[in-house]
Design a protein around this ligand. Sequence first.
Ligand code: CLF
Ligand code: SF4
Length: 489
Amino acid sequence: MRADIIRLDDLQVRTSRPRSLAPAGGCTAKRCGAAAGDNVLPEATRARIQDHPCYSEEAHHYFARMHVAVAPACNIQCNYCNRRYDCANESRPGVVSERLTPEEGARKVLAVASRVPQLAVLGIAGPGDGAYDWAKTRATFELVHRRIPDLKLCLSTNGLALPDHVDELAEMNVAHVTVTINMIDPEIGQAIYPWIFWQNRRRYGLEASRILHERQMESLERLRARDILVKVNSVLIPGVNDHHLVEVNKAVKARGAFLHNIMPLIAAPEHGTVFGLEGRRGPTAAELQAVQDACGGGARLMRHCRQCRADAVGMLGEDRGQEFTLDQLPEAPAYDPTERETYRAWVETERADRRAAVEAADAAAEAVPAPPLLVAVCTKGGGRINQHFGKAREFQIYAVDAAGVRLVGHRRADNYCLGGHGDPDRLERVIEALEGVPVILCQRIGNRPRNCLAAAGIEAVEAHAEAYIETAVAAVYADRARMDASATA
Ligand code: CLF
Ligand code: SF4
């Protein structure tokens, strides 16, 4: 199995409602943390996240983010990181970004904003640490803000240098910050961070870990004081912090974190990281799910992260970075906001319609007396079944039961279709990636892949092409229940 197939989902179809779906933070909505859960947020908070694809699951169906790799320097060493690659706190190891100056970064943003109307957020997520490499981060944000003031600015950092810049971030209107926090116990931190660079010298061992922890907690307090929305990323490292992340979840929630994103460690010897070389493995899907479930009562959990790279461009799950490399950028890109404005106006009407459809789908699922079901979906955005099976490079995985329809994760695979013909090896890998998922919904599928999927016990359904995902999933659930009932009658 490919190392980068993310299996956070779901392998277990449960017979009762997962604890992670229990109302978080005392709210009474049944889907807190998911698209419909956004509806129970205070209006001001909802307005701040509704077009941020990472902070709102609903927004990830409609809006894109882009990263510019302008911040190469880093002030700590994580044992899951190899400096040849991007910051692994928000990136898959093994891919390297094209490093840009702030001016080149701003040029790239203008070019992307002109061609990707879904663009809503500019993030700086490395390739080192954006708060440590602050001059470049700040210059990039300022250059972009001058030209596209409505673009949201977002920073991802390890937190060590962050307290020094929170006031500037607030003044620059940076409203979203991610801090990677893998421990709140410096003893545990020693196994993750061999050293940090702090106040002009390297610190090692417990001292390094303690300073990092204190600065991370200070970061959260300061961000809360300046009303900046905080997401915390945690890398789940089996045997190191797997039993500890529940405590991390509680601690970050107590300090005001809005969202907690627990990501699986990706480690392989070829990445050249300490963890990779010592053979430490990433968590299994069941282990990840167990930790997420155990955190059910803490900070809201993010389940749609794609661990994207430091130069990612596009909707989450797609990477259009190769269309916007430096050699392809115009010297002085013109920027016309019309397309982005038109797109936003369309989203406003569309998402009201979709919310009503999601509510109806939840109600329909509640009425079905059937065991839980996992369904894979081919989508290229808009929350609809609108992608050919052969073109899908990832499948969103939905669970449906009496508690409703909800996104539980995604699985990656290479697209089966290679322009006119299908690749049997790739199909095999798709089938492997869909293990445990008995249904896939797509816009179209050819006979050959349909039959191969069927032979592997996976039913491909085209009947709901262009429907909203939740509507289609609830309909399939009801159909299966009817078939089961008539088979046993
Ligand atoms: Fe980028 Fe991160 Fe901002 Fe999003 S990504 S800096 S919060 S704009 Fe998003 Fe990518 Fe996951 Fe990060 S899917 S890795 S959570
Ligand atoms: Fe690597 Fe990011 Fe950790 Fe720095 S903070 S060592 S770039 S993973």
